[in-house]
Design a protein around this ligand. Structure first.
Ligand code: GLN
Length: 193
């Protein structure tokens, strides 16, 4: 199983370590030629979405990755990655991939005091520890978007077909279950082809 991890900025190393510990091979995506590899899944890590979005455009990665997502390659997007996937941002005019029909509020918990840790129930998994760092949250979901987790009435995890959007950072916790779920979805996607 080969997973492409967007590695232009942000917390990509932590995703890589986790996925490798679960037996996946990881390809760091920094330039267009990295997309020549066969990829069974994609990870969009946390970081700074404005910087990542700008680099995606400059490096000519935005359109090819968007096409892969639209064609059904599974994607795990965390924090800034969720912002990149969202169809609409309430407090930012940008749209990047725009493949996930949700409305997201950037820095939804405030810029400075926005980092915290909580434990919440997540559908398909159970009780999960969640680390939020200047996190966004999801204000509204479109049709067929499944809400996987909420925190204090705010949506913090969704699934839409093969796309997972999480406001928190599962790569920073000991727990492997979210990455395991993602890899099992990638495996199912392969079987369907
Ligand atoms: N606040 C960041 C942004 O808007 C996201 C934070 C994160 O990925 N930890 O891009």
């Amino acid at each position: 199983m080969q997973i492409g991890i967007l590695a232009v900025q942000g917390a990509f190393v932590e995703h890589r370590k986790k996925l490798e510990s679960l037996g996946a091979e990881c390809i760091e995506l920094r330039k267009k030629s990295d997309l020549k590899h066969h990829l069974d899944g994609l990870v969009l890590p946390g970081g700074e979405s404005t910087v990542q979005g700008k680099l995606l455009l400059e490096l000519d990665l935005l359109q090819p990755l968007k096409q892969m997502i639209e064609q059904g390659t599974p994607v795990l997007a965390t924090c800034a990655g969720l912002i990149l996937l969202a169809e609409r941002l309430v407090n930012d005019p940008h749209v990047y991939f725009g493949t996930l029909p949700v409305t997201v509020r950037r820095n939804g918990y405030g810029r400075q005091l926005g980092s915290f840790y909580t434990v919440q129930e997540m559908k398909e998994i159970g009780s999960v520890s969640m680390t939020f760092i200047r996190a966004p949250y999801i204000e509204k979901v479109g049709e067929n978007v499944e809400i996987l987790a909420e925190h204090e009435g705010k949506i913090v995890a969704v699934r839409y077909g093969m796309q997972f959007g999480l406001a928190f950072h599962p790569e920073l916790d000991e727990d492997n279950r979210i990455h395991e779920l993602f890899l099992s979805v990638c495996e199912t996607a392969i079987l369907k082809i």
